[in-house]
Design a protein around this ligand. Structure first.
Ligand SMILES: Nc1ncnc2c1ncn2[C@@H]1O[C@H](COP(=O)(O)OP(=O)(O)O)[C@@H](O)[C@H]1O
Ligand SMILES: [Mg+2]
Length: 350
């Protein structure tokens, strides 16, 4: 059984197709992210799941039931938004208790539940503080507690860490992952930040212009992007080489490129080959299938690794090599052999 199913959802605002024929299935208890650049339709998709927006066409199912026409308050969902301010005139306790009081839960049970959820978000003893007496990270924990305390079957989070500075954001990513694990609720997380999605998610749907470009685990979309958009959007850098397929190989701007054994295409097909920077060897190219000569244009020390920019026939490659004191690495201006094993490349068709 799936927590959420979207079947062929489309939503227009005037001329803009905000969500374009989106279908996806989110498993019970999954941490699922919608990832993509600003304006690609993430928030609209989330609002459709919440029932805050009615799709023009398509079906929304929660736990197997068609809820396309069911109002928000009957969908059993919780929500956390970046801008969803806490009630400033209420202390932490009353902010969290709010949803339970609306549901006429007895006061002693509220007390127990608020205590319990404050433990989970690690804010015990903060009951009497007011929102303006909390840090940004603590306020987000209260917002999370307020959404979780009503025990929603699905929790929707729309860029909840966007307003926090980097250090707190990184801390909160780990916290969100822990809290998800502890409560076991299905989390649907919207972000434009691939780092956040990669750290926390079980699976990610990468979106562009209202469409889903790929769905997969962080490892899958990083190692096996299906198209140039995902290849570029995920990860720090990627090398893309264009060419024409013929007889198991590709003729490209830098010469012949050998492909993974299982690739079978029609001769004459235009393809793009994607190679991650850490899969390229420099210097010692024993056992490497695709070897080229290039010039080191730039060498950048990044701590645990070194970034090289290597030029071949006017094309620039980005290469990451682990930094080990014992391993000699070339310098700027050096001519080097470099290359990759054929199995570490991905073939992109668009
Ligand atoms: N209420 C609305 N009225 C008109 N256009 C909207 C509305 N909501 C969203 N849009 C448009 O729909 C597209 C998708 O928006 P949104 O879902 O907010 O994207 P994201 O959350 O990925 O940034 C954008 O082009 C946006 O301008
Ligand atoms: Mg948005």
């Amino acid at each position: 059984m799936y927590a959420v199913e979207l079947e062929n959802i489309t939503k227009r605002f005037g001329d803009v197709v905000a969500v374009n024929n989106v279908s996806l299935r989110i498993r019970e208890g999954e941490f699922f992210s919608l990832l993509g650049p600003s304006g690609c339709g993430k928030t609209t998709t989330l609002r459709i799941i919440a029932g805050l927006e009615r799709p023009d066409s398509g079906v929304v199912k929660l736990h197997g039931q068609d809820v396309t026409y069911v109002p928000t308050h009957k969908r059993g969902i919780g929500m956390v938004f970046q801008t969803l301010a806490l009630f400033p005139h209420m202390n932490v306790y009353d902010n969290i208790a709010f949803g339970l009081r609306m549901r006429k839960v007895p006061e002693d049970e509220i007390k127990r539940k608020v205590r319990e959820i404050l433990e989970i978000v690690r804010l015990p003893g903060m009951e009497n503080r007011y929102p303006n007496q909390l840090s940004g990270g603590q306020r987000q924990r209260v917002a999370l507690a307020r959404a979780l305390v009503i025990e929603p079957k699905v929790l929707l989070l729309d860029e909840p860490l966007g307003a926090l500075d980097l250090k707190i954001r990184q801390e909160m990513m780990v916290e969100l992952k822990r809290i998800h694990h502890e409560v076991g609720t299905t989390f649907i997380y919207v972000t434009h930040d691939q780092g956040e999605a990669m750290v926390m998610s079980d699976r990610i749907a990468v979106m562009k212009d209202g469409r889903i470009m790929q769905i997969g685990s962080p490892e899958e979309i990083y190692l096996h992007p299906k198209n140039t958009f995902v290849a570029r959007f995920i990860g720090e850098a990627i090398n893309l080489i264009e060419g024409t397929y013929s007889g198991g190989k590709v003729d490209s701007e830098i010469g012949v490129i050998q492909l993974p054994e299982d690739v079978k295409l029609n001769d004459g097909s235009k393809v793009t080959i994607a190679v991650r920077p850490e899969h390229i060897y420099i210097g010692n190219v024993e056992g490497v299938d695709n070897v080229y000569y290039g010039k080191v244009l730039l060498k950048i020390f990044k701590g645990s690794y070194v970034e090289f920019h290597i030029e071949v026939d006017g094309k620039r490659f980005i290469v990451f090599r682990p930094f080990r004191l014992a391993e000699p690495l070339p310098d700027t201006g050096d001519t080097v052999t470099f290359g990759w094993k054929k199995d570490s490349a991905n073939i992109l068709l668009e």
